[in-house]
Design a protein around this ligand. Structure first.
Ligand code: GAR
Length: 214
């Protein structure tokens, strides 16, 4: 069983999706700790309800990023997790913390990377008139929102969509994609070669992502 640590900053619906999948034994891992950089992150309650330890490291109390990263890294290291999931964690991690947990940190981003890195992804997609949008789960590297892509889920952009409607459709796909990607990681089915992630099937052959969502 892999030890999973989840970092959040807010609502925590992706954390909730992971917790439900773990409850249903869909993932060969357990969530051992949830850390937030905000005391008011609603998602902390999903962990508390299950008796999972939570830690708050308020980023606003730190003058510089390195000091915050050091405190966060020390809190993470205590659990010795196999996997660290950034599930709506709205802080950029610096060089040292990335190096400390290299290959173990994954992030969910609400857009089809490399399109729309950064913030306000749904508004920007609507402004551009794209017909398809979605989300990406990737390994975290030093460059923000760039890193080997584990999986992507695609949703249509509908004529009457506003930012809220599109965000809700993408969020639903995020929950499924994140569970799939964490499951693959926990089953040791991911390898990274030349900056690309290879997904292996049960007998070890490379395979396509099995459930692209529409
Ligand atoms: C999600 O849409 C996630 O993709 C996004 O924040 C939201 C968190 O929702 N993450 C980022 O924008 C990271 N750059 P949640 O708290 O309900 O999981």
């Amino acid at each position: 069983m892999k030890k999973i640590l989840v970092l959040i900053s807010g609502r925590g619906s992706n954390l909730a999706a992971l917790l439900e999948a773990v409850d249903k034994n869909e993932i060969a891992g357990r969530i051992v700790h949830v850390i937030s950089n905000r005391a008011d992150a609603g998602g902390l309650n999903f962990a508390r309800e299950r008796g999972i330890p939570t830690t708050i490291i308020p980023s606003k109390d730190f003058n510089d990023r390195e000091a915050f990263d050091m405190a966060l890294g020390d809190a993470i290291a205590k659990e010795q997790p196999d996997l660290i999931v950034l599930a709506g964690f709205m802080r950029i991690l610096g060089e040292k913390i990335n190096a400390r947990f290299a290959g173990k940190i994954i992030n969910i981003h609400p857009a089809l990377l490399p399109s729309y890195p950064g913030l306000h992804t749904h508004r920007r997609a609507l402004d551009d008139g794209v017909k398809w949008h979605g989300c990406t789960v990737h390994f975290v590297t030093l460059k923000v929102d760039i890193g080997p892509i584990i999986g992507q889920a695609v949703v249509p952009v509908l004529p009457d969509d506003d930012e809220g409607a599109l965000a809700a459709r993408v969020l639903e796909s995020e929950h499924r994609l994140l569970v799939d990607c964490v499951r693959w990681f926990c089953e040791d089915r991911l390898t990274v070669r030349d900056n690309k992630v290879i997904l292996h099937d049960e007998v070890g052959s490379a395979c396509a992502q099995q459930h692209p969502q529409g």
